[in-house]
Design a protein around this ligand. Structure first.
Ligand code: PMP
Length: 365
């Protein structure tokens, strides 16, 4: 049987082939409406049905409680770095846990609006450790605590979210879960707000998901743009301005695909199997390859690794492309390689990558 090349991009990233085929089949005429989804009014009954189904399925997949609003927004993760402090900081204290490039950016952007302190940082070890929540310096009365639960570039993941109340903090936890959303459940009792750009584990770039607890809606600074004010967006059911309609449609198809696969629990089981296979191959390569993240913090989604002999990097990438293994080049700030193994990456893709890793090491070791 033939298959498409395996695509290890960190995002925009691989989507389930079934979803791409459905979207292709419906491109010119969605369900007999005579229109493609991109051509529909967001206020027409066809798109409203698409939107409502997507939100319902997402709420079911992640067991999102009724006191959380689900907002379909725009602006991506970097947009949320400004939108969150505009909505939640009250101009006061914000504590940020820095575990990689994305949380560092979040801290920098929040400084425009709030008094930011770094609660913990793994910068000194090159973003390879995972600071234990018990070591975080949390300030009394902080407006919120920001955590990136999966650092896409450095490959550091918090599987379990911290219980801030148990750490003596009464601040809501804000989680950037862009790169591992829907690969595991979320303990909503520990979360005030979670956001995720869609372009990794959900669908096309341009859609941003925000989950915000009801009691946090009323805190926006007066300068917050209306289109980015959670209260306004929630009051209009994510239709204050024109939402990214095609992205919502594809996300909805992905949510239906996830339900057919067995939901988030099944994705988490598969993520374990894929990550074990890949880290096992890297660790078992006798030092030919190395992932430098502390074992307990290793991401199940984004696996950065290095060749011992970096002069082989170009040959590694060229051979990978030839073997149908795409977009393995590491982020430019880190170098080396990175394999992103999101929900839509089948285990067969990771098996093919491991086969290539072993063969390349044999040839060049
Ligand atoms: N946060 C995380 C964890 C990310 O992985 C990314 C994108 N790689 C961003 C934020 C930034 O997202 P965007 O480019 O959509 O603004």
């Amino acid at each position: 049987t033939t298959h498409r090349p395996y695509n290890f991009s960190a995002g925009p990233a691989v989507l389930p082939e079934e979803v791409l085929r459905e979207a292709a089949a419906e491109m010119l005429d969605w369900h007999g409406s005579g229109m493609g989804v991109m051509e529909m009014s967001h206020r027409g009954k066809e798109f409203i049905a698409i939107h409502e189904a997507a939100e319902r399925d997402l709420r079911e997949l992640l067991a999102v409680p009724a006191h959380f609003h689900i907002l379909f927004m725009q602006g991506g993760g970097l947009g949320e770095n400004a939108i969150v402090p505009l909505n939640l900081s009250r101009g006061g204290a914000v504590d940020v846990v820095v575990t990689g490039a994305w949380s560092k950016k979040s801290a920098g952007e929040a400084r425009k609006y709030a008094d930011v302190a770094i609660a913990a940082s793994n910068e000194a070890d090159g973003h390879t450790s995972r600071p234990a929540p018990s070591s975080w310096q949390l300030r009394r009365g902080a407006s919120y605590v920001h955590l990136c639960s999966n650092e896409t570039i450095h490959g550091v993941e918090y599987g379990e979210l911290p219980d801030l109340a148990a750490l003596g903090s009464d601040a809501p936890l804000v989680v950037d879960c862009s790169s591992h959303i829907l690969s595991r459940g979320i303990d909503w009792s520990r979360v005030g707000l979670a956001f995720a750009g869609a372009q990794k584990n959900i669908g096309p770039a341009g859609l941003t998901l925000v989950f915000v607890r009801e009691d946090l809606l009323d805190r926006a600074l007066p300068i917050c743009p209306s289109a980015f004010e959670y209260k306004t967006v929630a009051a209009h059911g994510s239709m204050f301005n024109t939402p990214p309609t095609y992205g919502i449609y594809i996300a909805g198809l992905v949510f239906q695909w996830l339900k057919r696969q067995g939901g988030v629990a099944e994705m988490s089981r598969r993520a374990d199997a894929k990550a074990q296979l890949l880290y096992g191959a890297l660790d078992g390569s006798g030092g030919f390859y190395a992932n430098k993240v502390a074992p307990e913090g290793r991401s199940r989604m984004n696996v950065p690794f290095f060749l011992r002999d970096e002069s082989l990097n170009d040959a590694f990438l060229a051979g990978a492309r030839e073997a149908g293994l795409l977009q393995l080049k590491g982020h430019k700030s880190v170098g080396g390689m990175r394999a992103s193994i999101y929900n839509a990456m089948p285990i067969e893709g990771v098996q093919a990558l491991v086969g290539y890793l072993n063969e390349f090491a044999r040839r060049h070791g």
